[in-house]
Design a protein around this ligand. Structure first.
Ligand code: 7TS
Length: 415
């Protein structure tokens, strides 16, 4: 195993941490797995697996409705998960933490509910050219219904937002800005604090897609002053099927419900329904209880390792990977922003990303290939897609060395 890249003045020991992720000791196609697709979904630590096991063996009952002790205990664990997330992102109140299925549902909720209340013909929704499809299509649906229009902040050749264009596009027609914090395809870290400040100066709220930022850096929603911030459990070492929509209380109180059903009501008659208070107004139906517990466990796990440690270590991995991959003849990195998270997207002259990914798979190396659900961004760069290696704190230098060897081999075979 390679030595830890981090300086010895931290308690972070990557080799020890790796042992906490059972899947990292398995094989793929007869080779010890090199997992470089954490941007799609991260692997899971034993502590999370144990918490889910414990929940189903000891705690399971439906929440918010039983007078009996077991249901009250399940409710307590579920609400504890919410409080852990409130603390994790420093939200002002746990009423502002809505459990959703993931980032996709978080954005759909805002686009649908905010859209119904506030968007009308002639209004504009400002997004960026590097959005994931899940931050494009929900707004297209909202615009179709309201007659509003989408405007797009362009990116430069390095894959950074052109902020002068943002300034120009932010007008009195803009009703909401919805931007990604960290690009899943390029790794660019966007200046969301500056975006929020400028939007607020014109009275415009901002939704931030935090799917790729939450696993890699400290996020403080009050410091950012974000109106909405959304992310997925499965990308932050937590379970699938759960995510968070943070929203400022004042917006969530004004916005109409998204889904209708049990839990989200106060009283129902055939003539009229009154809605429950926050956060339940936006949580119709039996929630993902294992998920709410699990995402809280995952958040505490990240805090225990320390987001500063994670960010610093991953930055070193990114620099090492960038340097090593750049030496391969004919390899071009797509996305060279100054401020980047641990994603390296690349192309090799004369090869197709899919073929490179297939050869890497045979060598036990998991990377993502394709458009990464960012087709408009790929169009901007005039490419069909890339090979993408994305790192988490459980990756090490040895993983990158195996990637570099694999890419060299693929290049040789395909050219
Ligand atoms: N936003 C960003 C920036 C993402 O990277 C993703 C998923 C989503 C939204 C949607 O998240 P979900 O959990 O609701 O599916 N990104 C990726 C990826 O890069 N490869 O697979 C999924």
């Amino acid at each position: 195993m390679s030595e830890t890249i981090l300086k010895p003045d931290t308690t972070f020991d990557v080799e020890e941490l790796r042992k906490e992720f059972p899947l990292l000791s398995t094989e793929m196609n007869g080779h010890p797995i090199v997992f470089l697709d954490s941007a799609a979904s991260s692997q899971k630590p034993q502590v999370l697996i144990d918490s889910i096991d414990h929940y189903y063996k000891n705690l399971h009952a439906n929440v918010h409705r039983g007078v009996y002790q077991l249901s009250q205990e399940a409710t307590h664990a579920h609400e504890e998960g919410r409080k852990r997330i409130q603390k994790f992102i420093n939200a002002g109140s746990d009423k502002e933490i809505i459990f959703v299925r993931g980032t996709t549902e978080g954005i759909n909720l805002v686009a649908s509910s905010f859209g119904r209340k506030y968007l009308k013909e002639g209004d504009e929704v400002l997004i960026s050219a590097m959005e994931h499809h899940s931050n494009i299509v929900p707004w297209q649906l909202a615009c179709e219904q309201s007659g509003a229009q989408i405007k797009v902040i362009p990116v430069n050749d390095e894959g950074e937002l052109i902020m002068e264009e943002f300034d120009r596009l932010l007008t009195e027609k803009t009703k909401i800005v919805s931007v990604v914090h960290v690009s899943n395809a390029l790794g660019t870290i966007n200046p969301v604090k500056e975006i929020i400040e400028k939007a607020h100066a014109k009275g415009v709220p901002v939704l931030v897609d935090g799917a790729q930022s939450i696993p890699h850096m400290k996020v403080d929603v009050q410091d950012l002053d974000a109106d909405f911030y959304t992310f997925s459990g499965h990308k932050m070492f937590g379970p699938t099927g759960i995510g968070i929509l943070y929203g400022k209380e004042k917006w969530l109180n004004e916005m109409p419900p998204y889904h209708g059903g049990g839990e989200m009501i106060k009283t129902v008659t055939f003539e009229k329904t009154t809605y429950n208070e926050l956060p339940f107004k936006f949580e119709a139906g039996t929630p993902d209880i294992e998920g709410s517990i699990g995402i809280g466990v995952a958040a505490e796990y990240i805090e225990k390792i320390g987001q500063e440690n994670i960010a610093r270590y991953e930055h070193e991995l990114l620099e090492y990977a960038t340097e090593q991959l750049s030496q391969i003849e004919g390899l071009r990195i797509v996305g060279t922003a100054k401020n980047k998270a641990s994603v390296v997207s690349f192309l090799i002259d004369g090869t197709h990303p899919y073929d490179v990914g297939t050869i890497l798979d045979k060598l036990g190396i998991a990377v993502r290939t394709g458009h990464h659900c960012t087709q408009p961004l790929m169009d901007r760069f005039g490419i069909p897609g890339t090979v993408r290696a994305s790192f988490a704190f459980y990756n090490n230098k040895a993983d990158i060395d195996r990637l570099v060897e694999g890419v060299k081999r693929a290049a040789k075979m395909l050219r």
